[in-house]
Every structure is written in C-alpha cells, then in structure tokens.
Design a protein around this ligand. Sequence first.
Ligand code: F6R
Ligand code: ZN
Length: 189
Amino acid sequence: MSPLAITLDFQRGVLKPCNNVIQRHLSDMRGMYLDDTATEEAIGQSDPLLYEVYQYDVPFETGQLLVVTTVLQPGKVGDEYYMTKGHFHEKEDRAEVYLGLQGQGCLLLETTGGEFKALPVEPGIVTYIPPYWAHRMVNTGQGEFIFFGVYPADAGHNYGDIEKTGFAKVLAERNGQPTLIPNPKRQKR
Ligand code: F6R
Ligand code: ZN
C-alpha cells in the first residue's frame, strides 16, 4: 500500500480521512457497570452514547499498524465513571501506545496472572500497554476524554474475557473524588 497522511483534530479527536467509526452506547455495555438498576434506567431514558472510536483501517496483517482515536464522554452510571469496554488483544502478545489529547482519565490494566495497574492520563501523557495486559480507559474528568492510540493491525480484540470477569478494580466517585475500589462483581477466571 502507499504511504499516507491523516489529519488528527487534537480538540475533537476526529481523524480525516477515517474509514471506520464505531459508536458505543450504554446498551452495548449491559452488565459491565456495578449498578445494573442505574444502567437499565439510563438505557430506558436515552441510552447515552458513551464513546466514539475513529480508526484508519489498513489491512489487518502482521507488520501493519492501526491509528485510532477515542472520544469518551464525561458522566457516570450510578457513581461509576464512564469507561471503555476494555479488552485483551486477541493475539495477546501485541502491545499498544495511547497518548492523552484532551481531558482527564485513567488507564486500568491487568494481566491474567493477577497484576493490576492504574495510570492517570491527561494531555501529553504517553502510556505503553505491554503485551498480555488487558486495558480500559475511564473518564474521570468533567469534559470529553480524548486519546490517540497505535497498535499492530493483526492484534484483534478479545472482549469476552473482560465481559465475563470485569477488571479487579473500578473507578467510582467517593467523597466527590474518583476512587479506585475493589470490583465486587469480579469473577474468577
Ligand atoms: C485498540 C484499542 C482502542 C480501543 C478503544 C475503545 O486496541 O485499545 O482503540 O479499541 O479505545 O475501547 P474498547 O475497544 O475497549 O471498546
Ligand atoms: Zn487495545
């Protein structure tokens, strides 16, 4: 394929050209937040848009890279901040880089071996997601949380394991502050 240049709007997170846009609403994340009653109420009222993903697709082949931005809305389900679904890569040994562009958030990471990490992200922070680490972003701020990512095009996504188990910790508001708490819904792998 030919080399190409893509415009990244640092304020809005939009890529141009962009040939793959995904929107995730709360109804796409049933059961992933702690408060199922609050989830169903919010779905019944407006089924809010939680985030949009703008990706420039190239062939999903070894050696190729995908560039992608995510625009994660501010808000909470119950007292838990809006977050991405989170995933392992289907090829688990594929790494990823995220760069914060707008807003305030936190990157949650964990391994199947039981390690867990939380890294605060703001504009200018580059985070490195090593092979074998599941990753989820959480918007802990008042405005949109926007981040850019680059990852191997053959990585693929395994959402199923996180859907089943959740992450070890979740980010909820406690005394007005984003606070990491143990996930009471956590299932054993
Ligand atoms: C790609 C990647 C990000 C996420 C995006 C949405 O490997 O990590 O581009 O795909 O932030 O999150 P998920 O995919 O977890 O819904
Ligand atoms: Zn990923």
